[in-house]
Write a protein that binds this ligand. Structure first.
Ligand code: F6P
Length: 547
């Protein structure tokens, strides 16, 4: 049996782990800590300014060695090497997945099909920096000679979620006299609300789209063009108020944006792995080229750690293996990501695309339908402490197993009296309560009435990882994102799926394009090709779409 054809469940290492999960997977964290008080240090990893405490995961002494053996049996080291070598590991699209080249230092060499791409990356970074400096300094003038005061990024998926997450995460470092907006939804409300108080003469649109064929983005970009021209009345204004970020120069030109105002990237970067490419132009405009370079350095530090550290001491590897352990071997359906930093409020949304578009797959690289194990869990989350007053009840006392990633920083960008200590006391307390709970005996010892004892008992043994860094700087953000990027890849390798394609989004797009004329046609459309439910929904809408 070769790995690519058979199921990974046939591997002796998989079987050993499954047997171990049946025996040891339910061992209580209380007992594990009692037996080994040193596990707090044993299961902590430090890399590139990040500290990951994995000790509150359901790890018995044998678990991590077994996970590492499974990783070796799935040839994780070979797959990591293949990624860094620019091999076409995205096999269904015949492409490399070389996002690590985006943050490689100028003197590095990384090749795709024999071509060194690092110099291409730095050439684009140089153009981005010159443009960013011109806009930030007011040197870049709008069509009427006024400086730019508002930047609107138009994009969706990876061309939106990374930029908006990074903007919010690094807001503390942004130039406050530039107003940043992010428009993604084809819902006209998104356009209307994003532009309603903007002055066209002072607004710059960045049309961000890898393919430059995405329906939502092009619809918003066309409306933006019309909005601008309605105010400025001159086609030449487009050149001063629109720039494009894309891999598709022909479509950019066809849209009417001069390719001199285009910042390129390449098909070997997946959309959800592109926030540090030219797709990060809004980030660079907001924080400036130097801080953008710090962000890239943070990514690169984790890349090097991922490439070189032994598997058991490799933070993205261990993080990814624990996601597999929880989702596939312990049966967790979801993972909650809980940043204790308000600036990371869009981080869970960003991670949803990264993880679920990457590993939400039911077919292996060899095309075998996976019917014998679960792949990606659902990722979700909200900043702490808000989530505590909402859904944490279920995590503590519900019937489901929900592993959590807590993310927190030693210092706040906005130190205000006791606020940060209060925030941090909560993150530590939540992880502690989830792991150790409160037994019925402990509850009784507090004098609680017997009828309330079951209600006030916390079972504990709810696993979590705590990720810490000194401060939420551009460097720390880059490292954090790279950690999750590589963890996602690790998970995909163990599940045997292609983490870099996304065929699952295509069918809905095709069907939507078929339905558009059926909604808009003046004549009654033939709906016989639809199922009865869809046909009835279309008829209902057609009857009411115009007042
Ligand atoms: O539909 C999904 C998707 O292809 C994502 O993978 C991608 O990030 C998004 O659409 C946007 O695509 P583009 O950047 O080509 O507009």
């Amino acid at each position: 049996m070769t790995l690519s054809q058979g199921s990974h469940t046939a591997l002796p290492e998989w079987k050993a782990l499954a047997a171990h999960a049946a025996n040891a997977g339910a061992r209580h964290l209380r007992d594990l800590f009692r037996e080994d008080p040193g596990r707090a240090e044993r299961y902590a990893l430090e890399a590139c300014g990040l500290r990951a405490d994995f000790s509150k995961q359901r790890l018995s002494p044998d678990t991590l060695p077994l996970l590492v053996r499974l990783a070796e049996a799935c040839d994780l080291p070979g797959r990591i090497a293949a990624m860094f070598a620019g091999e076409p590991i995205n096999t269904t699209e015949h492409r490399a997945a070389l996002h690590v080249a985006l943050r490689a230092p100028r003197e590095a060499t990384l090749r795709v099909a024999g071509h060194d791409v690092v110099s291409d990356v730095h050439a684009v970074l140089g153009r981005m920096a010159a443009f960013a400096e011109a806009v930030r300094s007011g040197g870049w003038k709008g069509h009427t000679g006024r400086p730019i005061r508002a930047v609107v990024n138009i994009g969706i998926g990876g061309s939106d979620l990374g930029p908006v997450m990074a903007y919010e995460a690094l807001r503390h470092f942004t130039l406050r006299n530039l107003d940043f907006r992010f428009m993604s939804n084809v819902d006209g409300t998104d356009f209307a609300e994003a532009t309603r108080d903007l002055d066209p003469a002072e607004t710059l649109f960045i049309v961000s789209s890898k393919t430059f064929t995405t329906l939502e983005t092009l619809a918003n970009a066309r409306t933006a063009r019309a909005w601008l021209l309605a105010a400025l009345g001159d086609e030449r204004a487009v050149a001063r108020h629109f720039v494009a970020v894309s891999t598709n120069a022909a479509e950019v030109a066809a849209f009417g944006i001069d390719t001199a105002n285009m910042f390129g990237f390449w098909d070997w970067i997946g959309g959800r792995y592109s926030m540090d490419s030219a797709i990060g132009l809004s980030t660079m405009l907001a924080v400036g080229p130097e801080r953008f370079a710090d962000l890239l350095a943070g990514f690169h530090a984790i890349d090097e750690h991922f490439r070189t550290a032994p598997l058991a001491a490799n933070m993205p590897v261990v993080h990814g293996l624990l996601a597999v352990w929880n989702a596939t071997f312990l049966g967790a359906h979801t993972i909650a990501v809980l940043p204790y930093d308000q600036y990371l409020k869009r981080f869970p949304a960003y991670l949803q695309q990264l993880t679920m578009e990457s590993n939400g797959k039911r077919v292996t690289l060899a095309g075998r339908v996976i019917d014998d194990y679960e792949t990606s869990p659902v990722y979700w989350g909200e900043p702490g402490t808000n989530g505590q007053h909402s859904f944490y009840q279920l995590i503590h006392q519900g019937t489901r197993l929900i592993p959590c990633d807590f993310i927190a920083f030693a210092r706040s960008a906005n130190p205000l009296g006791r606020h940060h200590d209060l925030l941090m006391s909560n993150v530590f307390a939540q992880a502690e309560a989830l792991a150790f709970g409160r037994t019925a005996e402990e509850v009784r010892a507090e004098g609680v009435a017997e009828a309330l004892v079951p209600h006030k008992t916390f079972p504990g043994n709810r696993p979590s990882t705590t990720l810490l860094a000194a401060e939420l700087t551009p460097h720390a953000l880059g490292s954090l994102v790279a950690l999750y990027e590589h963890s996602t890849f690790v998970q995909g390798v163990i599940w045997g799926v292609n983490s870099f394609d996304q065929w699952g989004v295509e069918l809905g797009k095709v069907l939507a394009n078929r339905i558009v004329p059926e909604l808009e046609s003046a004549a009654e459309p033939d709906l016989s090709s639809h199922d009865p439910s869809t046909a009835a929904l279309i008829r209902w809408y057609r009857a009411r779409r115009k007042k």
